[in-house]
Design a protein around this ligand. Structure first.
Ligand code: SF4
Ligand code: SF4
Length: 678
């Protein structure tokens, strides 16, 4: 084999080239990211570190899918242990000696155990992809290449350690079970032969390691580096708060995102962090109902387009060495006849993401178009995709690398609406109605307070306006649904009756109330939202509003989290929070038994957006007082199903892919089942 000097020389040459290629691949991607707008990351940074530690080292998001989560925990911690093993192995090859780690034998044992676990892990990963055929996972050589890398890397460790034992004539040891077993089969080899075999394994280990290092930034495995940073820099203001557009900015050339460079650098970091696990698409209601939108593909397409356009603008190739990875042309979306989504609703009641995954796969193609001529809106993202999102935030809730999808979709909508005046007809009609009559149905704005008389023709309820009761404690913001929609009016009536019973001093704005602006904002019409927001705030100020209560989760979210950006200082609570307080204070006492089995579906804008899971259940199951639900909900997020016995109730919590449900069998509750107040 090579002499020591030559070994050193070749080692430094190889390692130096590997590190240089790695640096180039990372640096070029950094240059592309710099094309984005600077992100303001200073706000509310106090709990960044805590979440970082919990999510990165606790792997909490990954464990939401227990099987994949455990698999990733093994890989994550396994690779940390194996880094030390790799250093030790490299040192052995160069000097012939081990690094004198304290407790070396125990370290060696863990190293071999980890190798075994990782090989088993890779086998299971392959089974998940090709045996179980999980719909959310992509198949093919590209998504699977890492399995080969890791498998051969582990094999080279076993071969190196095994041949090392034979070369040094070490006796079999329980501290080195795998290499001892391996060595037992090669005792017949000559000393020269064993040394050569060791060095071949050693060089193979080094070459695979360096190749993997260079490959990482050029693939979805870049997340190894970017995901922890992405989690650390994640949004720390309320998740339900969309960014405020400065519409008065005379320098602004456009609003929203119409080009990839319009995204912020933090949003671009999301692109690099995506590991293409498909968890987001798996839970997306749009993907599950056969729409073209897939949150995973949204991120992946934006990443591909950023890399295409970034390399074209900076003239720096993303691929190193270029000849090995070069992808000619630019990615564009091709939605032709052959890629149309079938109307799965007509065929079956069962829906899944298979059609969306398949269509996305075949429609994202490489063309010879110049990357700078590729239009973000049209060639990368279609209007269909942009308008299919319900903003439910399930994708973000599942994403293990902290990606934020909703703000990107809203930014794209903002550009479509504010710059191109483009939106679906139904949406346009709803927004025109909100603009003219302050409700999406176009009902006369002077009829906003009519619900009181219509739900209570006998005048039994006391629902005063702010003019009739100027000393109110709570402003009841009824909202458009609560005022005009027949089903929601029942909620308004019941809530008003409960407040009457509990002696709450409240008032409504009546016809002075405007639409909250939540719908226009989520549809990209920031101008209309800001107008409605400012008008509502000025009415609040006129009547000295200090506390606001509302029943609509969307209204609650926008008043609580978004209005403060425009000057609202009042306290905002959801009606379930107020009812919970009233029961707690003994001002409301449940009276009637409801002999029903109840399945409760959390509202996105209460639960996922604002962490309110318990209070709506307290209302439903008031006699039982499910005080430990929040704790258990968190526990269940870790993927641990639970059964608990508390105050004579068995709770069984089930979490589905789409939302969380709590089912309390009526026979399980000592008070028979749920109770109602009215
Ligand atoms: S917010 Fe909901 S609908 Fe929109 S992409 Fe995410 S999961 Fe899909
Ligand atoms: S965005 Fe997040 S959840 Fe979706 S595929 Fe990428 S890493 Fe997975």
């Amino acid at each position: 084999m090579l002499g020591p000097t030559l070994t050193f020389l070749v080692f430094f040459l190889l390692t130096g080239s590997g590190l240089y290629f790695f640096y180039k691949a990372v640096y070029h991607r950094y240059l592309y990211l710099k094309l984005g707008k600077p992100a303001d990351l200073r706000k509310e940074a106090k709990d960044r570190l805590k979440v970082f530690l919990v999510q990165v080292f606790g792997q909490t998001k990954l464990l939401k899918d227990r099987k994949s989560g455990i698999m990733h925990v093994v890989i994550f911690y396994g690779f940390i242990i194996l880094q030390f093993g790799a250093l030790d192995l490299i040192w052995k090859g160069l000097t012939g000696n081990a690094i004198p780690f304290p407790g070396y034998e125990a370290f060696g044992f863990f190293q071999e155990l980890t190798v075994l676990l990782i090989v088993a892990d890779m086998g299971y990963a392959t089974y998940r992809r090709y045996g179980e055929k999980l719909k959310r996972l992509k198949r093919g050589w590209k998504p699977s290449i890492v399995v080969f890398f890791i498998f051969f890397l582990m094999l080279s460790v076993v071969f190196s350690l095994g041949f090392e034992r034979v070369e040094h004539g070490l006796a079999a040891s329980g501290w080195a079970p795998i290499s001892s077993l391996f060595a037992a089969g090669f005792g017949w080899m000559s000393p020269e032969g064993v040394h050569i075999a060791f060095m071949i394994s050693w060089w193979a280990h080094l070459i695979i390691l360096l190749s993997f290092l260079v490959y990482v930034p050029q693939s979805k495995h870049f997340h190894i580096i970017t995901a922890p940073v992405n989690i650390l820099l994640r949004k720390t203001e309320p998740v339900g708060r969309l960014s405020k557009l400065d519409l008065e900015d005379e320098e602004a050339e456009s609003f929203g995102v119409g080009r990839i460079e319009d995204f912020t650098q933090k949003q671009m970091l999301d692109f690099y962090s995506c590991v293409e696990c498909g968890r987001c698409t798996n839970v997306c209601p749009a993907s599950n109902t056969g729409k073209l939108l897939s949150p995973m593909h949204l991120i992946v397409k934006l990443r591909d387009h950023l890399i295409d356009k970034g390399s074209s603008i900076t003239k720096k190739s993303p691929w190193v060495p270029a000849f090995a990875f070069s992808d000619k042309g630019s990615h564009v979306l091709k939605v032709g006849e052959e890629h149309q989504l079938p109307d799965i609703w007509q065929d079956s009641e069962v829906t899944n993401i298979a059609h969306t995954m398949n269509t996305q796969k075949h429609s994202w193609t490489v063309s010879d178009k110049n990357a700078e001529d590729v239009e973000l809106l049209g060639d990368v993202m279609t209007d269909d995709e942009i308008w299919s999102c319900t903003t439910c935030r399930n994708c973000e809730d599942q994403c293990p690398v902290g990606n934020e999808h909703v703000d990107k979709i809203i930014d794209l909508r903002r550009h479509l609406v504010l710059m191109q005046g483009s939106m679906p007809n139904d949406g346009q009609r709803a927004l025109q109605n909100i603009e003219r009559q302050s409700n999406p149905w176009g009902i006369n704005r002077r009829e906003r307070d009519k619900w009181v008389k219509e739900v209570d023709p006998d005048g039994e309820l006391r629902v005063p306006t702010v003019k009739e009761n100027p000393d109110f404690e709570y402003l009841y913001f009824v909202g458009s649904m609560g005022s005009f929609d027949n089903r929601s009016r029942k909620v308004s009536k019941a809530f008003a009756r409960l407040m009457n019973q509990a002696g709450v001093n409240f008032a409504i704005l009546g016809n002075e109330e405007k639409n909250s602006g939540d719908t226009p904002r989520r549809m990209g019409n920031e101008f209309l939202f800001q107008q409605l927001c400012m008008e509502n705030i000025s009415v609040f100020e006129k009547y000295g509003v200090k506390k606001i209560v509302t029943a609509c989760p969307h209204t609650y979210n926008t008043l609580k989290n978004e209005y403060p950006d425009f000057g609202l200082e009042a306290e905002v609570i959801h009606h379930t929070e107020l009812l919970d307080q009233l029961v707690e204070q003994g001002k409301l006492v449940p009276r009637y038994e409801v002999k029903e089995r109840i399945t409760y579906h959390d509202s996105c804008y209460l639960g996922r957006y604002n962490g309110i899971y318990g209070q709506p259940l307290f209302e439903l199951f008031s006699p039982c007082r499910i005080t430990s639900y929040l704790f258990h909900h968190q526990q269940f997020k870790l993927g641990i199903p639970f059964f608990c016995f508390q105050k004579n109730i068995w709770h069984i919590c089930q979490r589905t892919t789409a939302a969380s449900f709590l089912t309390v069998p009526k026979t399980a509750c000592s008070n028979s089942s749920a109770m109602s107040f009215v």
